[in-house]
Write a protein that binds this ligand. Structure first.
Ligand code: ADP
Ligand code: MG
Ligand code: MG
Length: 878
């Protein structure tokens, strides 16, 4: 087998095997771009290592073969005393995991090669600095030597030399630092720092493999839903030195602005620095325009390479580059992460530029991104003077209590904003838990910014006026001092930071959907418009809304819903109408019951009339009453107390007494599995009939008024065809007695597993199906939806029992299988049977794709999620 690929042998298609970084380094090498020579050890080798605990047989021999190729190309040898080749050993998985795994630079330095490096570069300081960095990185990564131990030595070395920054330590000081670093290494590991460059290389490769399972990497993958079993590739490449004097430097760049999508190269550059320094936000960076000033030749070359990369990848690319003594080297590229707004703007731009088709543009954005754009933002009018302004790194509006460390953020029970000098990969748990992230150092490409954008989390970085004193628990801006626990607000779109909470306003995208803003001249809104229009054109799935009122229905229509998939009629029994329901429940005879029903009828009819008017020309699926009746009665404890009080006073317990008796009579241990849905309709005579009549009479009234009502009647909680047949024949009888109504279809929800399994029989009595995936999930897993989320879902997610709550994202292998069975059996009985889904899953991006694949006709979700579902329906079909 083959575990090692030279960069010139791979390509960007080989991400599974070479990881993203390796595949893209190979691609750039094939394009003839200046990439230092090197090779990639495959993910296969990593998986085998993780499985067996040892490197696959033959791997090291292959590594040596490829190393000789690199040596031959450069005319340098690893371990050579006079002109040593140095290597970097870099992790690189299929999916980008910024800073989560390890990279070791300057492999190959030892006591005898340091002088060679110094002589070759004419720079003693540089050579000793590289050596101490190697011992530090190698110690931490390969042998888990605590970083603090090295930091302490650095600190005392600075004190001794009387300097503030590591960059001011001279060669002699660094040489001594190497001695003390070696002592730290030996004291902690019980062995000397390995002098053999080959041993260093093998140990580094192994350490990178191991870093796949580092806690923070595991957590990041869980958060980003990256499979845990992929493993990482390892890239071994010749070092180039950005820290070799003033004509050298290191930078990161984007081919377009990753925050807004604006055209034009965008980046950060640090002279005399190695790559990690830029991302770590240790020093403040220059812009590419500054680079153009100090090194115009490299700048021109960089721009032309960026253009080539865009053409090849047909998308925004981000890159890492290093300039060594005036020579430009490419160290990394990939299709870059971007904010949700930039995703839409760039996709539309690329269509305009003729680079991609509209179909592709639809596939380049996600429903999750659109949902993000629909979040509210701070109300600029109502906001106070900002405390300060940093760099707008990841959009959104976040308010929360200040916390200064990640553990506190992760443990917080109130919304928090994580405030740091800068972040590093160990801050991940806190970043996940926080509403927003604020840092005082680092640019748009700093760790905090990159990770926050990836998570869609609000972030302001590089707010330099802020002095963060984590130990004292204070954040100071000029004369203002805020403490841990004080509320702070950050605006990731403007970079503003406010003391206290700030009111929010609706997003422009929502206002555009609402018809309050025009898309004309606005790059984001025009991009959303163009992509949504095309998504609708591609989609095969319809998108309906769950709405109970005419107001909700109108809103859903503005958001692009083409019907109502679920009108919950029980909502019409609340408020002042509750008393009528009580009368119905307390009725002691047919007359009493019929009176109560007769009083409810006109109210229901008016509700439906308004709803049908709002949805004129579109289907409105009315679900007959579903929840247990006792939900309409006062709580048992409250009633018991009221009756006891009355009895103690010797008063007449009257109506309360009768209510209490009813509540006791109707008390159920498991109401969600009790008397509800169709069961209620079969037990309380006249209830369903009243609702059906109200629907029919409302429709007739709309027809008489010149409208086009399209009601459908849906029976909940059916488990057997017999239940449905009884309700259906009663409903048909009612419908036949109402003059002037349009034809009204009668269908059923599929939400009890038995209904899914017997869908072939049920379809005989149903004109349509609609999956109630909330109940179907609850009953398939045997989870009580109202209880489990707080009781143990957190633990289940941690343990990886599922990657997402099955109430948010459809469990495709379990619940989804019931959906597939029901569709197949239902349509076998009744070809062309309309099948939809109502329930929260209808607006969940991953679930929408499943419903498309399962052959459903429409999804129905809350009005606010309608645009998300439309986009995902288009993506599923593209
Ligand atoms: P990450 O995946 O965390 O970005 P990288 O593998 O890209 O880690 O390595 C981190 C940094 O180390 C890079 O940004 C780059 O600047 C520096 N680096 C890696 N390889 C080399 C090399 N061969 N020469 C010079 N610098 C390198
Ligand atoms: Mg790294
Ligand atoms: Mg990198």
């Amino acid at each position: 087998s083959r575990y090692v690929f030279d960069f010139s042998d791979g390509s960007r298609e080989l991400k599974d095997l070479l990881g993203g970084k390796g595949a893209n380094l190979a691609e750039m090498t094939r394009m003839g771009l200046p990439v230092p020579p090197g090779f990639t050890v495959t993910t296969d080798a990593c998986r085998e290592y993780l499985l067996t605990g040892s490197l696959p047989a033959g791997l090291l021999a292959e590594v040596e073969d490829h190393l000789r190729l690199v040596e031959a190309r450069l005319g340098k040898r690893l371990g050579d005393r006079h002109d040593p080749l140095l290597l970097s050993v870099r992790s690189g998985a299929k999916f980008s995991m910024p800073g989560m795994m390890e990279t070791i630079l300057d492999i190959g330095l030892n006591d005898s090669t340091v002088p060679g490096l110094a002589a070759g570069s004419g720079d003693d300081r540089f050579a000793w600095d590289s050596y101490r960095r190697l011992i530090q990185m190698f110690g931490r990564t390969v042998y888990d030597v605590p970083g603090d131990l090295f930091e302490a030595e650095l600190c005392s070395s600075r004190t001794a030399a009387g300097v503030e920054s590591d960059a001011d330590l001279d060669a002699a000081a660094l040489r001594e630092l190497v001695v003390s670093f070696k002592k730290v290494f030996a004291a902690h590991t019980g062995r000397d720092f390995p002098q053999s460059p080959h041993e260093q290389l093998y140990a580094a490769i192994t350490a990178v493999f191991r870093s796949w399972n580092a806690d923070r990497a595991v957590l990041y993958r869980r958060q980003e839903r990256i499979p845990q079993n992929l493993g990482t590739a390892v890239n071994v490449m010749a070092m180039v030195f950005g820290n070799r004097g003033s004509r050298s430097g290191s930078g990161v760049a984007f081919t377009r602005d990753p925050a807004t999508g604006r055209r034009g190269a965008y980046g950060d550059y640090l002279p005399c620095a190695q790559g990690e320094d830029v991302v770590a936000g240790i020093r403040n960076t220059m812009s590419l325009a500054d680079l153009a000033r100090i090194d115009p030749a490299s700048h021109v070359k960089l721009l032309s390479i960026m253009e080539k990369l865009e053409q090849r990848y047909r998308d925004l690319c981000d890159i890492e580059f290093t300039i060594e003594d005036g020579e430009l080297w490419m160290l990394q590229t990939r299709v870059g992460k971007r904010t949700p707004a930039a995703a839409f703007v760039i996709a539309a731009q690329l269509v305009e530029e003729g680079t991609i088709t509209l179909d592709e543009a639809v596939s380049r954005v996600t429903g999750e991104q659109l949902a993000h754009l629909m979040f509210p933002a701070f109300d600029a009018g109502a906001a106070p003077e900002p405390l300060t302004t940093g760099i707008a790194a990841s959009p959104g509006a976040a308010s929360g209590a200040i916390v200064f460390d990640s553990a506190a953020a992760a443990a917080a029970t109130v919304p928090v904003v994580l405030v740091r000098h800068e972040t590093n990969p160990d801050d991940l748990p806190g970043m996940i838990a926080a509403r927003g992230i604020l840092t005082s150092r680092g640019g748009k490409t700093s760790h905090a910014a990159v990770v926050a954008r990836g998570m869609g989390k609000t972030c302001v970085c590089g707010a330099e006026e802020i002095v963060v004193d984590a130990a004292a628990g204070t954040l100071t801006v000029g004369a203002n001092v805020l403490r841990a626990g004080d509320v702070i607000s950050i605006d990731g779109t403007t970079g503003h930071v406010y003391a206290g909470a700030v009111p929010v306003r609706p997003s422009p995208v929502v206002r555009w959907f609402e018809g309050e803003l025009s898309a004309l001249g606005d790059p984001l809104l025009s991009a959303v418009q163009r992509i949504m229009t095309h998504a609708d054109h591609l989609a095969r799935l319809g998108v309906h809304a769950n709405a109970d009122t005419a107001d909700d229905a109108r809103r859903a229509r503005r958001f692009g819903a083409t019907g109502i998939g679920l009108c919950r009629t029980e909502h019409m029994f609340l408020g002042p109408r509750r008393e009528l329901v009580e009368r119905l429940i307390l009725a002691e005879d047919d007359v009493g019951r019929e009176d109560a029903l007769a009083a409810l009828l006109p109210l229901q009819r008016d509700d439906f009339t308004a709803l049908f008017a709002a949805m004129d020309g579109m289907p409105v699926t009315v679900r007959l009453i579903d929840p247990p009746l006792h939900e309409f009665l006062p709580p048992l404890a409250e009633l018991t107390a009221a009756v006891a009080r009355a009895e103690a006073l010797g008063a007449d317990t009257g109506r309360d007494g009768r209510l209490l008796a009813a509540v006791r009579r109707m008390h159920e241990q498991n109401p969600m599995l009790g008397l509800r849905g169709v069961r209620l309709g079969l037990v309380v005579p006249g209830l369903f009939a009243m609702q059906v009549r109200a629907v029919a009479e409302a429709a007739a009234a709309r027809v008489a008024a010149g409208g086009d009502p399209r009601p459908e009647i849906m029976v909940p909680l059916v488990g057997s065809v017999q239940e449905l047949e009884i309700v259906r024949s009663e409903a048909l009888a009612v419908l036949s007695r109402v003059d002037g109504a349009p034809p009204i279809r009668i269908g059923t929800m599929i939400e009890v597993p038995r209904a899914a399994l017997t869908a072939g029989d049920i379809a005989h009595a149903a004109d349509f199906f609609s999956f109630g995936t909330n109940d179907l999930t609850q009953m398939t897993w045997g989870f009580s939806r109202d209880d489990v989320e707080s009781a143990f879902f957190g633990r289940y997610l941690d343990l990886g029992v599922f990657a997402a709550s099955p109430f948010e994202t459809l469990d495709t292998s379990g619940v989804g299988e019931l959906v597939r069975i029901a569709v197949e059996r239902g349509r076998a009985t009744r070809p062309g049977l309309t099948v939809g889904v109502c329930g929260e899953h209808g607006g969940d991006p991953a679930s929408v794709r499943f419903f498309h694949d399962a052959g459903l006709d429409y999804v129905s979700c809350s009005p606010f999620r309608v645009p998300v579902a439309r986009l995902e329906a288009g993506r599923a079909a593209s």
